[in-house]
Ligand binder design. Structure first.
Ligand code: HEC
Length: 325
């Protein structure tokens, strides 16, 4: 029996053996979770085998949950803390084992899910709801992951600026994570946004884009995007180049960032704007966050007025809105 256990789970200190000893009673031998009826837990133990859920998070976050317990992250007290009973090496090993239960390659790792910026599109596919306010314009964004690497998006814009028709328009988008590498801490995606003539928008607009994100030296994060704007009747009307630079990790709960956008239209003046901003993690779990900042136009037609910008987001793939606080 012992020989069999060793053969299937490896040596007693291996992640697999620790998992069977410490985690199986709630999460099940395969990580799928044991039925609540048999464990009498208030919250069902998380399905650790679910690829979408496990890959979307970072290894460090799971290490934190296992070491400090669920309550430290606003999760259920039923997820115990192993930090006093286990060594850091054992915790890392059991977490790596739990994260290997997904068993499917090709899912972009949560380490590459960089904080959302104002203008650069995230390269990481998300399950997210975002509400943005920019001066008197609002945008409501719904993003939904499809499979390992696709994300579809629907958004609607309103503007309460005194002009008739406050419905500004709606956009649909599709994004595909073409490449990612955990070793290189980088990822790249392609996508397209389509805006039909609705609301104040009078012509069809199609915007293919390329987006990337990279973490440099762990203290610095860079995100960028190149967008082509194609308009019905006008053809390609502009190219936009967006680059954002930010802190590589949270300072307290804050990640400071600054973005620049350079727009080169086919006709008319080029514009350059800067976007200083502060991303703030609101929930303990990090699934609700906000960002505050401004658009500062530096080059382009007069008058150039700064605008305040803010958004709040809820990563609904991570946890229900009211959990994780
Ligand atoms: C006493 C039961 C119990 C034991 C033992 C247990 N867990 Fe949990 N675990 C839970 C419950 C319940 C949750 C769900 C918490 C919530 O969602 O509020 C959970 C959640 C988690 C999460 C968070 C998942 C997510 O999607 O955020 C991780 C990671 C985790 N457990 C890993 C482990 C590991 C690894 C072990 C063994 C070292 C372990 N657990 C042992 C009950 C348990």
């Amino acid at each position: 029996m012992v020989a069999l256990l060793l053969a299937t789970q490896g040596p007693p200190d291996s992640g697999g053996a620790l998992f069977q000893a410490w985690c199986k009673s709630c999460h099940g031998a395969d990580g799928r979770g044991t039925p609540a009826a048999t464990t009498r837990l208030e919250v069902p133990p998380a399905d650790l085998k679910d690829c979408k859920a496990s890959t979307a998070e970072t290894e460090d976050r799971w290490v934190g949950i296992v070491a400090q317990g669920g309550a430290a992250f606003g999760l259920s007290l039923d997820m115990p803390a192993f930090g006093d009973a286990a060594t850091p090496e054992q915790i890392r090993a059991v977490v790596r084992y739990a994260r290997s239960l997904c068993g499917e390659p090709g899912w972009p790792p949560g380490e590459l899910n960089f904080p959302r910026a104002f203008v650069v599109e995230k390269a990481y596919p998300e399950d997210e709801v975002v509400i943005t306010d920019e001066a008197r314009g609002q945008e409501f964004i719904y993003e939904h992951r499809l499979g390992k690497r696709f994300q579809m998006e629907a958004s609607a814009r309103t503007a309460f600026d005194g002009l008739p028709n406050s419905f500004d328009g709606a956009t649909a988008a599709l994004k595909f994570n073409a490449w990612h590498s955990l070793e290189r801490r980088a990822l790249a995606s392609f996508g397209v946004e389509v805006t039909p003539p609705l609301g104040r928008q009078t012509l069809w607009e199609v915007e293919p884009f390329f987006a990337f994100g990279a973490s440099l030296a762990s203290a610095l994060m860079v995100q960028g995007q190149v967008v082509t704007t194609w308009e019905e009747a006008g053809g390609v009307t502009a190219w936009s180049y967006r680059l954002g630079v930010g802190g590589g990790r949270e300072i307290g709960r804050v990640v400071p960032m600054v973005e620049a956008e350079w727009v080169v239209p086919g006709a008319g003046e080029r514009t350059l704007s800067f976007y200083p901003q502060m991303w703030v993690r609101l929930s303990r779990l990090g699934h609700v966050a906000a960002s505050f900042g401004a658009e500062l136009p530096a080059v382009g037609p007069e008058p150039r007025h700064p605008k305040l910008i803010a958004f709040v987001l809820w990563d609904y793939g991570d946890a229900p809105l009211l959990r994780g606080w």
